[in-house]
Design a binder for this molecule. Sequence first.
Ligand code: HEM
Length: 502
Amino acid sequence: MGTKGCANLMHIYAIGFRLREVHTQFISQYHYIFHLSPSHRIHCIPMDTTKNCTGEELSPSGLPIKPIPGSCGVPFFSPMWDRLNFYYFQGHMTYFKSRISKHNSTVLRLNVPPGPFLSSDPRVVAVLDASSFQVLLDSSKVDKTNTLTGTYLPPFSLYSGHRPLAYLDTTDPLHTSLKTLITSLITSRKDHVIPSFREIYGSLFDNIYNILDSSGPTEFNTLNESASFDFMCSAFFEGELPSVAIGPTASAMALKWLFFQLHPLKYFTNAGKSFLTGAEQIGISHNVALHNLIFATIFNAFGGIKIFLPFLLKFLVEAGPKLHNKLSEEIRSVVQSENGSVTLASLEKMNLTKSVVYEALRLNPPVEYQYGHARADLIIESHDAAYKVKKGEMIFGYQTIVTRDEKVFANGEQFVADRFVGEGEKLLQYVYWSNGRETDEPAITNKQCPGKDIVVLVGRLFVVELFLRYDTFTGEIGELPLEPKITFKSFQKLKQLDALTV
Ligand code: HEM
């Protein structure tokens, strides 16, 4: 497979999660709902349907039930052809968009690559609008066992035979204990995130400024790789940064682990001592905990942040000085009013900054694909029609189309910096990057990302650090397999810097 194919496979394989606070809307003869817990809704499946006066079958909420359009074609040959279209001829976006327009439907049957030789069965029911996609966020409807990487499943020998948390369904008792463990790691280290980020990314920006001053345009991505790995480890663990403990090749080693799963075991055994001890105390073996720690730190956290920040930066580069001025005004006035400090409370007051971060996560969710097997026969509803899915069928969503849905987001393809300010905040329920609604919380009963709040915080801190230092900047945007390549070309430095970066 060529570099692009390999990179695209990595895209599927790469970083790829609380059930919505649901209220029983109605209990009717057509729709049985019962509670498991106050925050957990289960639709009794199958749901009964009705017929209208012309004999058309209707879903419980009254939408016409239609057969799912699209086809997976001839076994082997069609998936092979689809693989070429997906990776080479059409590209991901056109692959899905062309099928949506051909069948005039956002719920359809298709193959998702990689297909033959690499995955057992590429056939899926694709849910490609903001309404139907929500089925994938409902743990009562989809089984997420082994679906992180879609129709492709890596050999678990890569993790010494253990299945990492992200591959476990919510019904697996190990999902409960591992998610509790990782969540307590995140909670216990919450006060380390802001200082670690500011120290490491502060020196990253100093470094870039100096290189730019002496040698000209400076690429962000490689420096970001090293900074994001150091930052995640510094936020989660005591002790030396990986770039010190392992050496300057630490982030390159982590990337190799992402591609080939060769991991820097020794560093994590030392750095994660208290996590490993805590795991053993609740009955999780040393090895299972260690492999999960490595997976969460490198695959989930480092992998995600490494991709997210270049996308955020890309939108800032494209927006130019007008937005830069508004951001720097907002950030500096809040920081000044808080005696120069950057805290969770001060970040909360930066409405435009918050919106910019959500908008970047909406337009380019770093984990684009979500999958799950239907737990039972069920009905999926798009905006205007409903579809029956059989128990066991693979349901697939491509977020990069879903969270640009024009029926929810006006000018959905465009970056609108203040989209989520004021009334716009109501739209946050349709931002799904964390495998859950932005208005929901990760929990042991769902598959929402437990790092959700850290990721949003990191995005805000990144924008703050940038505009506390600089009035504006310019950059060039290129392409890398997983993320945009950003090259800084100039900074306009803030004169009163010292007064603001306390
Ligand atoms: C930009 C960064 C990140 C993105 C985009 C991201 C996204 C996601 C997504 C989409 C999932 C669900 C995957 C699926 O089942 O389809 C997930 C799960 C997970 N994420 Fe994140 N994540 C990020 C950062 C983090 C961080 C910082 C952590 C911290 C440890 C983390 C830990 C996890 C874990 C442990 C799971 C599995 C949850 C479960 O199985 O219930 N992620 N993440």
